[in-house]
Each structure stands twice: as C-alpha cells, then as structure tokens.
Design a protein around this ligand. Structure first.
Ligand SMILES: [Zn+2]
Length: 155
C-alpha cells in the first residue's frame, strides 16, 4: 500500500467512536493495515467494510477478522483450484502457498475455522484428463521402487 492511502484509511477510521488517541496506537493501526492489505484497493475496501459494520472502534482483532473474511483474495491458484487454498503434501492436507492458502491459514489462526478438507490422494497431482501434473504439488515422484499403482497394476 502507498503511505498516502494508509494515512487516508486511518483518517477515515477516526470517524469511529472511541478511536484511539495515542500516537503509538495510531501508528500501530497504520502498520496493521499496511501488513494486511496487498494494495490500496484492499485498504479502501477494508475501511469501507469497517465503517459500514461498526459505529465504534472494534479493535485490532475484529479488523483482522474483517479483512480475512471479507476483503482478502480467495481465488485459488492452479495447484489448489479443486479445494481453494488447500493442497496435498505427502498424505497431509496443507494450506497452499498462494494467497488463497494464506487466507485459510490466517482464518484458522483466528479461530474462524477449524476444518480442513480431506483431499483424495489419487485425485491430487493429476490433471483433469487423468495425467500426472508436474510441479511442486504433483504426486511424489517414483523413487524407483516397485509398487502397485492406484489402479492396481504393477508399474
Ligand atoms: Zn493455491
């Protein structure tokens, strides 16, 4: 975010009752807004949202919740488009490294969600046409050991 936009967001939030007067608190709020928002447009949307939902300063936790639930990017990347924000790593479901995955991680950290999807191991790492996909989230490489394939045939 640009400094000007952060200052504008903080200025607009002073409309709220009980807005902090202490200069350190105001500086911390500016820091949090800058840390949360990826760009000026997100900052504006977060400020709009807070001013629409609150008459008085709701506090930093509510600000974070508002950002992650209402403003943050949730569009999945190619790796996580089946379960937005989630991919399979080995046999564990983990948050993707893209913005949608970061959103899932933050929402869990804030206690807004405790569920992670179960991803079928043989669905992950395969493209729509059934071929194995290359890339960081592809199924583990064949280590050379003889093993049964998912369809029961020997490799
Ligand atoms: Zn992703």
């Amino acid at each position: 975010m640009t400094k000007e936009k952060v200052a504008e967001c903080v200025g607009r939030l002073t409309l709220l009752r009980f807005f902090p007067q202490n200069a350190h608190a105001v500086a911390e709020l500016a820091r949090i807004i800058n840390e949360l928002c990826a760009n000026d447009a997100e900052g504006a949307r977060l400020t709009d949202r807070v001013l629409r939902l609150h008459d008085q300063w709701p506090g930093p936790l509510e600000l974070r919740k508002c950002y992650w639930m209402e403003v943050a990017e949730r569009k999945p990347c190619d790796a996580c488009k089946r379960y937005p924000g989630w991919v399979l790593s080995g046999d564990r479901t983990v948050q993707c490294s893209c913005p949608a995955g970061r959103r899932e991680r933050e929402i869990m950290a804030l206690g807004l969600s405790v569920s992670r999807p179960w991803i079928c191991p043989w669905e992950n790492g395969r493209a729509e046409n059934g071929e194995r996909r290359n890339g960081p989230m592809a199924a583990p490489e064949d280590t050379g050991e003889r093993r049964m394939d998912y369809d029961g045939t020997n490799k």
